[in-house]
Design a protein around this ligand. Structure first.
Ligand code: BGC
Length: 831
């Protein structure tokens, strides 16, 4: 059994599970293998099995309600940001925190970590994937799994396997050679299950070598359950199960969501007709019972005890804030950072991300945070009183207007901030009323799980905008169906938006419809009605948003005001970024540049004031022609709920930005080894083989804008020496771990962190190997002027290659390069 002894999961008594299984009829067994609804696995009181709740994942625990502001959660920085810490201990702690959050929300299985690879530059879910490197992804993914599971909650590494891009995501068929599949794409799953002891794995939407992953017997039965002896549950990605027999024989245990799906009665029939052996079903149910035993869902009555869930703990905020500072990567710094707060008089905070920052990427990973620390407020609070802070948007980065903030509104009934939401039937009768705090609402339904209360044909949102600024206000609407907006009884807007056709479209935003009105400063009643359009699709998605903007200026005017402000400020912080319009599940990035006129703004602000600190609020690399003109450039990802506070800590020097890049930044899109991933006739060929990410930059001798592993922090380091124990080679050859002892000095004037990285040259005679590949890393810390000594772990696996059906440790000398990034390697040792 691959049960990790350090896990907090409960021990399993296999004979007890077998006894419970023997009490079930075939029908009862089959019924357990499909979700009870969108997020629950059915229970079975006859054998003491409680329902189990599954939740996304991976940078928070959303819970059962889809993006509902009444059920908020802790929001951590996105997974690629967490990976930038290069610190398995921090990933473990993040996992622990999420495990505790899962317990609070009565979740048994957290659907994460996402351990696919940042393969293509445009990959829509790169923000959710840890890195472009298999070793880094594997080590960090496993630490996350161990952290979550230490709290008694099952983790679910996803999506097994080669689900590395979003274009045609339900159907593309990956063609990849065996060595590449093993060394790059399977490696993180292997580490998460075999070493990390993950209790579940999610099978992906795509196919590999002609077989969809929910039916892929060679990889699921053969590799995962066979070679790796995985004894947990393989569950399907949502709506990914395509057949009864194929899935049952291909190794899929649990089809999600339910209650409708290809298992159930069809699986019973398949067994009765001899197409699926009953022992195959038994094995699936045993796996489910094993999961239940591990997460405490056996003999617990109803595990989903009802009643209000306590709010997220406030203490977690401090931990998340600290963690967030550790994710920021300082790409350039010519001495501007940290800012010397006592010298500042006039600080200009400029850019679209200063006004509406992105705290998270889009898709199933997104959730409603219980609190959001906004950069402008956090900076104001952190700056000394004599420093004036002005905020200028400059340009817009999002296509649609932002939702009207609840703080500027009042529910006309309750008087609370927000709106009254009525569910209406065809006669206009109110079926249900809710108090909502958000003016952007969405609902998702699956077969057998209605998207809205029965009979609902329209949704009506009523709010009062309180003391609006006198002058022009632009209101916008989006929604799935016919929209009617009424403003103060005098102005109205009618618009029709298409319903979303199925899952593929769910996360795409449709362009908003706008109307501009003059408001005289008094409270104004607004009603938005959505006549719901449903489509003939297994997945129903309904959305309605009331957007708003009251800027009295045009974008050209805002642009000039921002540049003028930069010219006269003694410190400029320019915040640029992407958002969930660009970085999301369900589509690949439409652009690898900053959206809107942000590049133009960057160039103009840098010209007006060269002493500008540029902060980028985006996850996946963007092309930045102006980057080398910026004296300070800080990459901050999607910072989660403590983004603002963490940013203020770093900008003003209370914390060091200790992150290092986990993806290479190209100078231009064409420099990326895999610029995009568009299937040809449904086939996606990974013909770059082992040469992805930094390995390809080395192999092709391409100069990246910023290399993998790069990040300067606030202290310089000098690498002094590296040494291997005399028996290193023989230990590794015999299958034992070894290490490299690295000494380095903090030559700066403040305590600091450094990520020591080790890259191995390809073994002699291995024509396919990249020139260098990452084989180890460790975080060092030292006080100013002091020397740190770290032992960087080397495992036989990290230096082995997959060949002739197995792993082989090459019996030839290897040169190891040690240093600060994939392109700054000061030391070498020979193994
Ligand atoms: C995503 C999964 C997610 C699931 C449930 C799917 O669309 O690919 O990552 O866990 O939905 O929300």
């Amino acid at each position: 059994m691959n049960h990790n002894p350090s896990t907090g999961l409960l021990p399993v008594d296999e004979s007890d599970l077998a006894a419970r299984l023997s009490k079930l009829s075939l029908e009862q067994k089959a019924a357990l293998l499909t979700g009870a609804d969108a997020w629950n696995v059915p229970g079975c009181p006859d054998i003491g099995l409680a329902p189990m709740l599954l939740s996304d994942g991976p940078n928070g625990v959303r819970g059962e309600r889809f993006n509902d502001e009444r059920d908020p959660a802790l929001l951590l920085p996105n997974l690629a940001a967490l990976a930038a810490t290069w610190d398995p201990q921090l990933l473990f702690r993040a996992g622990e925190l999420l495990g505790e959050e899962a317990r609070r929300k009565r979740v048994h299985v957290l659907l994460g970590p996402t351990v696919n690879i940042q393969r293509a530059l445009t990959g829509g879910r790169n923000f959710e994937n840890l890195s472009e490197d298999p070793l880094l992804t594997a080590r960090l993914g496993r630490a996350y799994v161990e952290g979550v599971q230490s709290r008694g909650v099952a983790a679910c590494p996803k999506h097994f396997v080669a689900n590395d891009s979003e274009t045609e995501r339900f159907s593309y068929d990956v063609r990849v050679d065996e060595r590449t599949l093993r060394e790059i794409y399977l490696a993180p799953f292997e580490e998460a299950t075999v070493v990390g002891g993950a209790a579940t794995v999610m099978a992906a939407y795509n196919a590999v070598r002609g077989q969809t992953m929910t039916e892929n017997a060679p990889l699921v039965e053969g590799v995962l359950k066979g070679e790796w002896a995985f004894d947990g549950v393989v569950l399907s990605d949502w709506m990914a199960t395509r057949s009864t027999e194929g899935a049952a024989l291909g190794g899929l245990d649990l089809a999600m969501p339910g209650p409708v799906g290809p298992y159930g009665a069809a699986l019973v029939a398949a067994v009765c007709e001899g197409r699926v052996p009953e022992k195959t079903v038994d094995d699936k149910v045993l796996r489910l019972l094993r999961l239940a035993a591990r997460v405490g869902a056996l003999d617990t009555g109803t595990a989903q005890a009802h009643g209000p869930v306590p709010p997220p703990p406030r203490a977690a905020a401090a931990q998340i804030r600290d963690l967030t500072t550790r994710t920021f990567v300082l790409l350039r710094n010519e001495g501007l950072l940290p800012l010397r707060a006592d010298t500042l008089r006039n600080v200009a905070l400029i850019g679209p991300a200063a006004v509406s920052p992105a705290y998270q990427g889009g898709g199933s990973a997104s959730l409603t945070a219980a609190r959001l620390s906004e950069p402008r407020h956090a900076l104001r609070a952190a700056l000394p009183a004599q420093a004036e802070l002005t905020v200028h948007r400059g340009v817009r980065s999002r296509a649609n207007l932002d939702p009207l903030p609840a703080a500027h509104t009042r529910n006309p009934d309750s008087g609370e901030p927000g709106a009254r939401l009525d569910y209406l039937d065809a006669d206009g009768q109110v079926l249900l009323t809710e108090n909502r705090h958000s003016l952007s609402l969405s609902w998702i339904g699956f077969p057998g799980v209605p998207v809205l209360p029965p009979q609902t044909t329209a949704l009506r949102l009523r709010t009062t905008i309180t003391a609006p600024r006198r002058g022009p206000h632009t209101f916008s609407v989006t929604g799935t169906g016919g929209l009617v907006l009424d403003i103060g009884g005098t102005q109205s807007l009618r618009a029709d938006s298409a319903a979303r056709e199925g899952v593929e479209d769910v996360m795409r935003r449709t362009p908003d419809h706008r109307v501009t009105v003059e408001l005289d400063g008094s409270d104004t009643d607004i009603t938005l009605t959505l006549n719901v359009a449903l489509v003939d699709s297994p997945v129903q998605f309904i959305e309605m948003t009331l957007g708003h903007d009251d800027s009295p200026s045009t974008e050209d005017e805002e642009f000039s005001t921002a540049v003028e402000a930069a010219r006269h400020a003694d410190a400029v912080i320019l915040m640029l970024g992407t958002s969930d319009d660009i970085e999301s599940e369900s589509f690949d990035r439409p652009t690898v540049r900053l959206p809107g006129r942000q590049d133009e703004l960057a160039a103009a602000v840098l010209k007006a004031n060269p002493d500008t600190v540029v902060v980028v609020n985006a996850s996946s690399p963007v092309v930045m022609d102006w980057a080398e003109q910026a004296s300070s450039l800080l990459w901050t990802f999607f910072g989660g709920q403590e983004y603002g506070a963490a940013l203020a800590d770093v900008l003003l020097g209370a914390a060091e930005p200790t992150g290092r890049l986990t993806a290479s930044f190209p100078r231009k899109a064409g420099d990326a080894p895999v610029p995009d991933a568009v299937p040809v006739d449904g086939i996606l060929t990974y013909d770059e083989g082992l040469l992805i990410g930094h390995r390809a930059y080395d192999a092709l001798n391409t100069d990246p804008l910023f290399p993998f592993g790069h990040g300067t922090g606030y202290t310089p380091w000098t690498y002094l020496s590296a040494a291997l124990p005399p028996d290193a080679r023989s230990a590794l050859t015999e299958g034992d771990d070894s290490s490299v002892r690295v000494r380095l000095r903090n030559t700066g004037d403040r305590p600091g962190h450094e990520v020591v990285q080790i890259y191995a040259e390809g073994a002699e005679g291995d024509g396919q190997a990249p020139p260098r590949q990452l084989v180890g890393f460790a975080v060092a810390q030292a006080a100013p002027g002091r020397t740190a000594e770290v032992d960087v772990l080397l495992t036989p696996r990290s230096l082995s290659r997959y060949t002739r059906g197995g792993w082989e440790f090459p019996d030839t000398p290897r040169r190891l390069h040690i240093g600060h990034s994939s392109r700054d390697l000061a030391l070498t040792v020979d193994l």
